[in-house]
Ligand binder design. Sequence first.
Ligand code: AMP
Length: 204
Amino acid sequence: MNIVLLGIQGSGKGTLVQDLSNHLDFSLVSVGALLREEIATGSELGKLIKSKTDKGELVDIKIVIETVNKKLSQNRKPIVIFDGFPRSKEQADELDKICNVDLAIYLDLKKEDAIKRIMNRLTCSKCGNITTRVKCPDLICPICNGKLTVRSDDTPEAVNKRFEQYELETYPLIKRYKERGVLVEIDASKTPDEVLKAVMKVIK
Ligand code: AMP
């Protein structure tokens, strides 16, 4: 089963996959996280990727597809969840060549709420755990004691650019999957637990 997660930045895609992993065995293709891993290696490719992500721009499709294929070639499980991919019609066309999309989960959240969440968001620099300033004001990761940091692309300029890109290129994909009859809309303004329950009902 191949599942695509769609939703504006801050709608809770990362938190959802984190929570789902406690209930479901799946391969996760989280393109943003994979790109950040490449950046962390300090490679030339990582530097190129960072020059795009820091501005909130989309990374070149060729790099994205290579990243997706590399991840899929490693121990692919019967359930695959794509997070943050596809993000454009071009990418959705490429995904159709890679596999059949069985389910597209759209985490529906208003832009104003997404901005509030992004401003509160913290990510562990060691294990990648996503949390908030409210939950962890001491900036220590409750899972691994690593340092919690603000993502380097969570600046107001980069966030605005990502919203623009989302509205223009990613949002139209909702119609594409709706027309295919594979789209499920989830109210992402609910608590992470409620969102998790709603998604589990759809997957099982
Ligand atoms: P995310 O972690 O999903 O918020 O992604 C962080 C950044 O990684 C985005 O702002 C883009 O610069 C880049 N990125 C993530 N997924 C993609 C994708 N499917 N295509 C192109 N760039 C991406």
